[in-house]
Design a protein around this ligand. Structure first.
Ligand code: ADP
Ligand code: MG
Length: 255
């Protein structure tokens, strides 16, 4: 543990009910200011790791260290959110505040903060719109706005670019890089190796257990990918970037 350690998982195993372990013996350390991508196929335990970091589930074994008074914010995967309730953009963003507020309505200062954060995320003037009227990328940014209102030291995002188009994916990635440059540590999950993972400074490959961790140049290799995805994948180097190619069309890693 260093003074910069925000969260550290050591030998963490999690089991849901009587099922097999969802994650096994996971070691993961998140330092202040880091930007880490958690990569693995569907069902590999990525969301479970986020839940442990968030303190939303308790491991069946292993230890979790969390820096005292750590402010963590979580952006859920938008496809898993139920939009059937009528709620505006401002109301969603203000949900960040409900537990700390005494008054049932937002203060003027809070309204100003919401407007500021929406502006910062490129959503000015959308506060009174119904959340369902927005595109997937805009909904994603609304949740990001809500997360930022809590002034987190660590931001967790679950599949932030699944279901959004290529342009939105670039925007989200730029936005997250800017937030990271402003000092916020980020841990995101993704199954998108070429669109997201290859652009991040640090990756952790997961398939129930951690198979590799390091810079994309070190972990995006045929050997690690074979063990992570259970299928043979080729890696080409194009313009200094690693590009993963699925020669058999067996797994969906390229969007
Ligand atoms: P990923 O996010 O990589 O798709 P998850 O962490 O969601 O993986 O799931 C890991 C494993 O745990 C899967 O086998 C999944 O079926 C199981 N699992 C996840 N959430 C639950 C739950 N609430 N109850 C039972 N099993 C679960
Ligand atoms: Mg998941």
């Amino acid at each position: 543990m260093t003074p910069d350690t925000l969260v550290a998982l050591e030998g963490v195993t999690c089991t849901y009910g009587k099922g097999p372990a969802a994650i096994r013996d996971v070691d993961l350390r998140i330092e202040a200011g880091r930007f880490t991508g958690l990569v693995g196929p569907s069902g590999s335990g990525k969301t479970t790791v986020l839940r442990v970091v968030l303190d939303a589930i308790r491991p069946s074994s292993g230890t979790v260290f969390r820096a005292p008074d750590l402010r963590v914010a979580y952006v859920p995967q938008i496809e898993t959110v139920n939009w059937d309730f009528p709620v505006t953009v401002s109301e969603v963003v203000l949900m960040a505040r409900t537990s700390a507020r005494l008054l049932p309505w937002p203060s003027r200062a809070e309204r100003r903060q919401v407007d500021e954060v929406l502006e910062r995320l490129g959503l000015p003037g959308l506060g009174s719109r119904h959340i369902r009227e927005l595109s997937g990328g805009q909904q994603q940014r609304v949740f990001l706005a809500r997360a930022l209102l809590a002034r987190p030291q660590l931001l967790l995002l679950d599949e932030p670019t699944s279901g959004v188009d290529v342009r939105t994916r670039h925007e989200v990635l730029h936005l997250l890089s800017d937030l990271n440059a402003s000092g916020i540590a980020i841990l995101l999950t993704t199954h998108d190796l070429n669109g997201i993972a290859a652009h991040l400074p640090h990756l952790v490959c997961l398939n129930g257990e951690v198979l590799a961790a390091g810079h994309p140049a070190d972990v995006i290799t045929p050997d690690v990918l074979q063990r992570t995805y259970g299928a043979p994948l080729d890696v080409l180097v194009h313009g200094g970037m690693r590009v993963v190619v699925d020669p058999h069309g067996a797994v969906q890693v390229i969007e």
